[in-house]
Design a protein around this ligand. Structure first.
Ligand code: NAP
Length: 308
């Protein structure tokens, strides 16, 4: 049964690809930390146990580590990544890229030193946005190090994918074996009503018992600003909101292990969680399937979202 997890991409840093209308949010680190702790508490109270972060989510790893340390929960499952460094340094209006990609063995070793402080609740360790171009899937030093973390610490090793070639990357990564055992256990992928290009691959992975985690389930909030009529109509007929339908579509079509909520507020999280309590008819699913756009178009629009 699919569960909902909470991602910290919007909670750990002051600027992200937000679509929110309310602009006068206090963006101090203290306020963000308080909000992150509140959201983690609310999530836990509502039954969420899977939390996803990354070094590039500003203070996301640190907030999660401190919260976990204070609460001492035994049943939380923490996931993080390596491969991107946050460089905006909480500077508002930072003009250049807020995160820099580097898929080298040196970066893996450096970021692992900090991320390992999330142990023992850290269970999933992922390559952040693996691509064929970065060569990370052929970097034997990196793959060996990940294999070492898998066998010596018992971590599940994952990749996350973004961009129009997600499908190719997933297929390639899912075949990699070390000592005759598949290296990657977890596949964190963008899949939503607009970006469905990985549908068959994700089904195949799930059917083989590999773990599928879905990110960007409401297309970074775009389902609210570019709402197709059919999505709105289905939401109305269920007397609910479009996020609930968009997230339920994911659950009903591929039954992933986890769907990540990117909620920034209690209202958003509570709303996202309602996706667990409805069912879509086969006609509704068929209608929503038609909302898919070609991946190149989807990722072009995604690239145009402003960091603010
Ligand atoms: N591996 C990767 O490269 C990668 C990339 C992206 C995300 N992720 C992971 O996936 C998680 C989720 O992704 P995401 O946050 O980028 O995308 P998302 O879940 O598709 O979008 C989340 C955003 O949608 C808006 N939203 C959600 N529910 C809403 C509601 N009920 N009403 C109004 N607005 C609502 C909010 O925007 P506002 O806050 O602007 O209102 C929220 O921040 C992240 O936290 C992260 O853990 C991983």
């Amino acid at each position: 049964m699919t569960k909902i997890g909470l991602g910290l991409a919007a909670l750990g840093r002051p600027e992200y690809i937000n679509i929110r209308k309310e602009k006068n949010i206090d963006k101090s680190e203290a306020t963000f930390k308080q909000n992150a702790f509140n959201m983690l508490d609310i999530a836990y109270r509502l039954g969420i146990r899977y939390f996803d972060t990354a070094p590039s989510y500003g203070k996301g790893e640190l907030f999660l580590k401190e919260w976990q340390k204070n609460k001492c929960y035994k049943d939380t499952l923490l996931a993080t990544k390596w491969g991107y460094t946050y460089v905006a340094n909480w500077q508002l209006g930072y003009k250049d890229a807020h995160e820099i990609k580097e898929h080298s063995i040196e970066k893996l070793i450096e970021q692992w030193e900090t991320s390992k402080e999330l142990l023992p609740n850290l269970k999933v360790y992922q390559i952040h946005s693996a691509t064929l171009e970065s060569g990370v899937l052929e970097n034997t030093k990196v793959l060996k190090k990940l294999h070492e973390l898998k066998t010596e610490i018992g971590l599940k090793i994952g990749i996350t994918t973004s961009g129009p070639h997600q499908n190719t990357v997933l297929k390639e990564a899912s075949q990699i074996k070390i000592n005759n055992v598949f290296l990657f256990d977890v596949f964190q992928v963008t899949y939503n009503v607009f970006e469905q290009s990985t549908y068959q691959t994700l089904l195949n992975l799930s059917n083989k018992g590999r773990k599928v985690v879905i990110k960007e389930g409401v297309a970074n909030g775009r389902v609210f600003v570019e709402t197709p009529k059919i999505l709105k109509d289905i939401a109305n007929s269920h007397q609910t909101t479009v996020d609930v339908i968009a997230l339920r579509f994911i659950i009903d079509t591929i039954q992933p292990t986890i769907v990540l909520s990117g909620a920034f507020t209690e209202y958003q999280l509570t709303s996202n969680l309602k996706a667990l309590d409805i069912t879509l008819s086969s006609q509704e699913i068929a209608a929503l399937k038609k909302l898919a756009v070609v991946p190149e178009t989807y990722w072009k629009s995604r690239q145009l979202l402003k960091w603010e």
